[in-house]
Design a protein around this ligand. Structure first.
Ligand SMILES: C=C(O[C@H]1C=CC=C(C(=O)O)[C@@H]1O)C(=O)O
Length: 338
């Protein structure tokens, strides 16, 4: 992996949640390929704004190894970056105002924070694997795209043997050991909006469509609300259409989707790039097997800088100060690694 990175060649390395196998996809040659219809074989990496097709890393060589067991890192003093607190609070207030006009029901508002870091990518990946066994941990590099890594708790879609599964994941509270979180109406509504959206998008395409019960799940130092979703695909299903119907869900964009997208583009004041896009394997193990995740709890690594991306769902009930604390807590997932 080190040699490949030194030669500045495209690579994607990932480990699925709760699994111990690490997969590395090596592409020889720096061509920038894109998927046309998700029928290709490889690893895809898609930005939030999907005007262009997702980047594809072709598996010129594929390696699967067991993840070496590494102990989780001891957490030291964390330096949270409070710069731009006012900027974010004002953005959230603007979101709440827009919701009060009836133009939007929900919008995810985010920011990017730069930290200086000289950590080697391999070391960052090792730490992600050791600290977040329940997350999808990855490292992605393409000389024409950049270097990204993360530990995401959110599935976009899995497809295998015609069975489809996804999840409705939203709402956040700090993780507390030994006690289950107490969710308020704001959080319950916030997550329900995601479930309703998925229902609307898939119910008529997928047979035996079913949304499971909502449960609290841990993601690092956070709790979220999650419902599992499943169904069966018809034999002639258009995979690209299904993926693009789910991306972006109101867990990362908002309701209604188009208006929320426009609000985000106009007001966030930075380019989300691949944050809140999606990534993962397509047809790598067998034709028709797809395993995609939403790019959350992630960072972009460039010379001496690690840029952490975080956001949170804003509804009519949101409190700007609490939303600020929430994204600070979310940024700890990556900050713990640096
Ligand atoms: C947009 C993010 O999280 C989403 C996923 C789970 C909970 C969320 C929330 O509570 O707002 C967000 O919808 C992020 O981590 O940057």
């Amino acid at each position: 992996m080190d040699t490949h990175l030194k030669r500045k060649l495209p690579i994607a390395v990932f480990r699925k949640p709760k699994e111990s196998q690490l997969t590395a996809v090596f592409q020889f040659g720096e061509d920038l390929f894109r998927t046309a219809d998700f029928q290709e074989k490889g690893f895809v990496f898609a930005p939030f704004h999907s005007e262009e097709n997702a980047v594809l890393i072709k598996p010129d060589e594929l390696h699967k190894v067991q993840v070496p067991s590494i102990l989780p890192t001891q957490k030291g003093e964390l330096k949270i970056n409070d710069i731009d607190k006012e900027v974010h609070i004002n953005l959230v207030k603007k979101g709440i105002e827009e919701i009060s006009t009836g133009n939007l029901k929900k919008v995810i508002l985010s920011r990017r924070v730069d930290y200086s870091s000289s950590k080697k990518p391999v070391e960052v990946l090792q730490k992600l694997l050791a600290n977040y066994p329940n997350a999808y941990c990855y490292l992605f590099y393409h000389p024409k795209v950049g270097m990204w890594c993360g530990a995401t708790p959110e599935t976009l879609v899995h497809i295998k043997n015609g069975n489809l599964s996804t999840m409705s994941l939203a709402a956040t509270l700090p993780y507390t050991a030994n006690t289950k979180p107490e969710w308020g109406p704001k959080e319950i509504e916030e997550q329900k909006m995601v479930s309703d959206y998925i229902r609307e998008k898939l119910e008529h395409t997928v047979a035996n469509f079913e949304i499971g019960k909502t449960e609290s799940v841990r993601a690092g130092n956070l709790w979220h609300l999650k419902s599992e979703v499943k169904g069966n695909l018809p034999a002639n299903a258009d995979i690209k259409k299904i993926i693009m119907a789910l991306h972006p869900t109101p867990a990362v964009c908002g309701i209604p989707t188009q208006k929320a997208k426009e609000f985000i583009k106009k007001n966030e004041g930075y380019d989300r790039s691949f944050y809140t896009g999606f990534l993962g394997e397509i047809n790598l193990n067998s034709p028709g097997e797809i395993s995609l995740f939403v790019n959350l709890r992630c960072m972009e690594l460039s010379e001496g800088t690690a840029s952490i991306y975080v956001g949170g769902g804003i509804t009519a009930e949101s409190n700007p100060e609490s939303e600020w604390i929430e994204i600070q807590n979310k940024s700890l997932t990556m900050l713990n690694i640096l």
